[in-house]
Design a protein around this ligand. Structure first.
Ligand code: NAP
Ligand code: ZN
Ligand code: ZN
Length: 353
């Protein structure tokens, strides 16, 4: 066991506070990682505030982790001390079910998520990346190119794979017309990836102030989604729309923009349901509404390698962990450019060091 500094939520109502807990002893197939940076995902806020109804406390959030390997177990060959690595939303799964065998561990019926999850192998609850170190089974450790700016690479571990995976699965290709809804942590990565894949990218936003940034990030056009005339101009024209919005809203506004056989993919997970979508909008052009959950470990590595090749990272605001509660308030106001990342070196300041 090793003492680990962190910030934790002690209940669903109060601010995150400094917290000390033990990480498990290194096993033969484990990697011990000193955490350098951890991104702040909107899912952290949903869970800290128990908006999905499954939260247990104390909870150390964080699943966009970049760090340096400190030590490896006796059976680990793929990693060595000093390597730069990442950890995303999962730290284990059953490894034997059809989903795991298809490299889609995110759909395993018995996954172990990085935090707020029962640790099915070692007991207790998992604790995430707002902490000084983490111990992870080697299969769930990702390699990160040192070519990338490491702080800005952290959000790739969730925001990156969550947007890359559906664009790949629904085979977005050069020339396709792709919509991205919401310019937050996920949305800005969706714009970058769809652009890198050669699509014609249209960003839908509720924030007029984000128009220039969206274009700088790779959008060919930007639509203020509250403007009905601007929405109408794109009727029945999209191959694929990726919707990252974290709040319930009218999906018909987007299904009506799909061409025949077009797909609206939901990745945002609001705490309340969306209003029921119009069936007419779907059947008359055989449109689909689908969902997607992060991505498997193999595809996450593929995405990280794609990012190294295309020099893609997140646009971030680097913060000390002492600012985490203010950062949450700003995310809730859609006021972040475009992902907060915690500099974990600041943890020592929190402890008076
Ligand atoms: P985020 O940074 O807060 O971005 C969400 C964006 O949605 C905002 O920046 C805003 O963009 C837009 N938005 C917010 N409220 C809105 C409203 N009421 N109506 C319309 N648009 C609104 O959040 P994130 O970290 O990207 O996460 C987005 C969602 O995805 C969360 O629900 C999160 O839990 C979920 N998520 C899912 C997965 C998965 O595997 N499926 C993985 C990670 C996260 P504009 O200002 O441009 O309008
Ligand atoms: Zn996330
Ligand atoms: Zn499984």
């Amino acid at each position: 066991m090793s003492k680990t500094l962190s910030y934790a939520a002690l209940n669903a109502k109060s601010a995150l506070v400094p917290f000390v807990f033990d990480r498990r002893t290194l096993q033969a197939t484990d990697v011990l990682i000193d955490i350098l940076y951890c991104g702040v995902c909107h899912s952290d806020i949903h869970q800290v505030r128990n908006e999905w109804g499954n939260s247990q406390f104390p909870m150390v959030p964080g699943h966009e982790i970049v760090g340096r390997v400190k030590q490896v177990g006796s059976a680990v060959q793929a990693f060595k001390a000093g390597d730069v690595v990442g950890v995303g939303c999962m730290v284990d799964a059953c490894r034997t079910c059809p989903d795991c065998l298809d490299n889609l561990e995110q759909f395993c019926n018995h996954p172990t998520f990085t935090y707020n999850s029962d640790d099915l192998k070692f007991g207790g609850r998992t604790q995430g990346g707002y902490s000084s170190q983490i111990v992870v089974e080697q299969h769930f450790v990702l390699r990160i190119s040192e070519k990338l700016e490491l702080a800005a690479a952290a959000p790739l571990l969730c925001a990156g794979i969550t947007t890359y995976s559906p664009l790949r699965h629904w085979q977005v290709k050069a020339g396709d017309k792709v919509g991205i809804v919401g310019l937050g942590g996920l949305g800005h990565m969706g714009v970058k990836f769809a652009h890198a894949m050669g699509a014609e990218v249209v960003l839908f936003t509720t924030s007029a102030a984000k128009v220039n940034d969206a274009k700088r990030l790779g959008a060919h056009a930007v639509v203020i989604s509250k403007d009905p005339a601007a929405m109408q101009a794109h009727l029945a024209s999209f191959d694929f729309i990726l919707n990252t919005v974290a709040a319930p809203h009218d999906l018909d506004a987007y299904t009506s923009l799909l061409k025949r056989d077009g797909v609206l993919c939901l990745v945002g997970v609001p705490d309340q349901p969306h209003p029921s979508p119009s069936v007419g909008n779907l059947i008359f052009k055989r449109r689909s509404i689908v969902g997607s959950l992060i991505g498997g470990i193999q595809e996450t590595q593929e995405m990280l390698d794609f990012c190294a090749e295309h020099n893609i990272v997140s646009d971030i605001e680097l913060i000390p962990i002492q600012q985490i509660n203010t950062a949450y308030e700003r995310v809730l106001k859609s006021d972040v450019q475009y992902r907060f990342v915690i500099d974990m070196a600041s943890l020592n300041d929190a402890d008076g060091g």
